[in-house]
Design a protein. Structure first.
Length: 121
């Protein structure tokens, strides 16, 4: 199978709300023993869309090494996760732990692009 495409959260990873972070929040996270963990693809499980639609949209954006953001509260998330795992398997991708992926830095342009994408852009 190919490189990881879905990564569960590490215990020391801190996914900031809405992906918002700054040099100060990165410093404070590091002082508390955490690393900022971002994602490049959202499952959008906080919307009212059916799991099948969310899975199709998410899988269209996933690439090897992607980190997919899912939440642990919405009722749709377990079904969405199952569909994503099946879809990844069909694409010869597999889920890995976040610490199995190499850290990546992103520039401000890529960060803005991710922000636009998160809000439906």
């Amino acid at each position: 199978m190919g490189a990881g495409a879905l990564a569960p959260r590490r215990r020391d990873a801190l996914p900031p709300p809405y992906g918002g972070h700054s040099p100060l929040t990165r410093l404070l996270a590091r002082l508390a023993g955490h690393e900022i963990a971002l994602w490049d693809t959202e499952g959008r499980d906080w919307t009212d869309a059916p799991a099948a639609d969310l899975a199709a949209q998410t899988l269209a954006r996933v690439r090897p090494g992607s980190v997919v953001l899912l939440h642990d509260g919405p009722a749709v998330t377990p079904e969405l996760l199952d569909l994503l795992l099946r879809g990844l398997h069909e694409r010869s991708l597999r889920a890995v732990r976040l610490d199995e992926l190499p850290p990546q830095r992103i520039g401000w342009r890529a960060g803005l692009g991710r922000l636009r994408q998160s809000y439906g852009g």
